[in-house]
Design a binder for this molecule. Structure first.
Ligand SMILES: [Zn+2]
Ligand SMILES: [Zn+2]
Length: 225
């Protein structure tokens, strides 16, 4: 019997005909923890995945006015308390195996949303600075990227010692871009990361990619806050 990777309770898997006949996807979470995750369903902003009634949310309309540089972001879960704690435990307490929580949903979102893209996508992780990498031991974005069956291109780098100044979005995008390109990517990119909050990070990364010849940038994120 397996135990839940998050709460460590035993996972009850009664052997019935239905579980026996359907090849079960590996469930690494118990039913209780699974039940606390909220998949985004229903109407969403077609650019950023925010739960939103009409097609594009106000935030994305503002990005468009600045000349948006991402095609769209697709997020899987609502950023609720449970997913926040799971991500915190995974990222900041170095519990690398917790990425398994996201594997199936991530792969299925990739297949449904991005696998049929007209041009094949390179998976691009958001880099950590070297000091952050040493402190944390792994890059959560790369850990997610590597779970997809597609080529991962680590073409972005992150400057160290960045400051999170409180500036407006245009200034943040233009002047305080923490990313630079190690190697130009000449194909469309899919950025994979854990959380989409303001959308600034993915757009800063996209800006660098596109300045160096990347034709289009999409993103796939675990949670939409
Ligand atoms: Zn559990
Ligand atoms: Zn939006």
């Amino acid at each position: 019997m397996n135990s839940c990777v998050y709460c460590h309770e035993q996972i009850e898997q009664p052997l019935t005909w239905s579980t026996w006949l359907t090849v079960k996807k590996n469930s690494v979470l118990c039913a209780f923890c699974t039940g606390k995750l909220e998949i985004i369903s229903g109407k969403r902003c077609k650019v950023c995945s925010r739960a939103w009634g009409s097609s594009i949310c106000l935030d994305c309309q503002q990005w468009r006015e600045l000349g948006d540089n991402i095609e769209r972001n697709y997020s899987i879960f609502h950023y609720n308390d449970t997913i926040r704690e799971m991500i915190t435990q995974w990222k900041f307490r170095g519990d690398y195996l917790l990425r398994e929580i996201f594997r199936n949903e991530l792969k299925s979102a990739f297949e449904k949303q991005f696998a049929d893209n007209n041009a094949p996508l390179a998976i691009v992780p958001i880099p950590l600075s070297e000091s952050r990498m040493q402190e944390r031991g792994f890059n959560q974005s790369l850990a997610l990227a590597e779970m997809l069956d597609a080529p991962v291109k680590q073409v972005l780098r992150r400057k160290s010692g960045e400051k999170q100044a409180k500036k407006n979005r245009k200034a943040r995008l233009k002047r305080d871009n923490p990313f630079f390109i190690a190697e130009p990517l000449k194909q469309a990119a899919l950025i994979v990361d854990d959380i989409y909050t303001t959308g600034t990070t993915v757009r800063q990364a996209a800006q660098q990619l596109k300045l160096h010849g990347c034709p289009a940038v999409y993103s796939l994120t675990i949670a939409r806050s």
